[in-house]
Design a protein around this ligand. Sequence first.
Ligand code: ADP
Length: 486
Amino acid sequence: MSAAGSFHRLDLTLLKSRQLYILLLLFIVCSIFYYLGEIVTFSGGAKSFFNGVHDVHRMLFIVPIIYSGYYFRIKGAIIVTFAALIVFLPRGLFISTFPDPVLRPVLFSIIAGTVGVLTGLARNTFERSRQLEAIARNERDKLLRVLETMEDGVVIIGPDYRVRFENPSMSKEFGEGIGSYCYGYLHHRDEPCGDTCQLKAVIGGANRRWEYSLSDDRTYEIVASAIIDSDGTSCMLAVYRNISHYKWIERELVKINQLKSELLSNMSHELKSPLTSIKGIVTSLLQKDIQLDDDTREMLLDGVNEETDRLGSLVTNLLNMSKLEAGAWKPEKETCYIPDIVDEVLKHQKWIHMNHIFRTDLEPDLPEIQADYGQIRQVLINLVENAAAYSEEGTEINIRAEVVDNNIEVSVSDQGVGIPSEELGKVFDKFYRGTQKRRDHGGAGLGLAICQAVIHGHDGRIWAESVVGQGSTFYFRLPIIPVGHN
Ligand code: ADP
């Protein structure tokens, strides 16, 4: 039903086509012209002239044959050629007195038919290539519309190194580049990139993937393959993905891994050395065959005591750090009086660092603040321990506290080695250890990081000032919040 319907439609369009009527007209005119001699003779006109030029008359049929080949293609050319042969035959068979009266029209039909078929073929090929071009243009437009919306940068480069297309992301990353040479636009060069240039290989059909880093730390992963542009030119389509962030993460992971290995070896060393000393001392004390006098015994026990403190402070710092990292060391604020915390810390520290001179300068009538007593005590312990560790015995360690701009400012100063100015900004970083070495050879680079995390957790501020060779002062400020407003 549908096939018959479509045939009917085809018929109708053919009947409606102007070209069909022109063809019929041409054919009829040629046929009349072909038999003009006979018509003239029949009507009593000059006979010899019109009868003598039949070959010329026949030549006119080339017009409808080519016309039908052009408009109705191969089939049309064949049908019109056969129709022409049918017109030629009565003359050849019954009228003509010339030699080979059938052979010549047949030869003409073959040649004219071939020309008509070739015309049809040429028209078909031309139409097909036009259709293909239109499809290609349409597909390209669709592709470009997709590329326009892509988040990655996309660029199409011709074999002449000229940028033919770039999407908005590409313009955002590299600026406007259409029409410019790719080596100038992408690489800021005056000539092609030589061996590193992938253009020729990609246009030749190879798919390529490579990375490209710019001096400003941007890194792109580029994937390129060939594309035929609407004008039929083989070009390179390259997608630029900005992978700077992944590269940064990769570098950070490498750093973290290095840090982890350093930390492990550092921690093992930090834990092992006091344990080795303790083990050595205890072994000496246990040796029954060696008699130790009281002074030596006391010195050895002092050693055990010191090493145990070192171990204790290291483990405390490690535990506090992991609690802070896990967010489990939140300040539990209560009403605190800073001089009480200073007193408690100094009571213990004076005993540990007997050979340092401790001084305090606490403003009278300091207000009470809302803070986590245990955490602030830990901050003071870490600062005082550092002050003692980075200064010679016999030098002073000064603890001051005063009110500054509605804050309580506490400072711990020493007369020790000091901190080079380029390290001052880094001393509060986790696991950072400066070039200055502790007297007790311990430390894991955690003490100040913990201080900073605690003070920030109290909405306070911590910083250091130092002069190499003269000493350092560590300050922290805690806001004075009226009771009931925490
Ligand atoms: P560490 O365990 O190495 O002492 P900290 O976090 O306590 O770790 O300190 C970090 C770095 O800051 C130290 O390695 C040291 O270089 C420097 N530092 C800290 N306190 C002082 C100080 N009072 N005097 C000189 N340098 C100090």
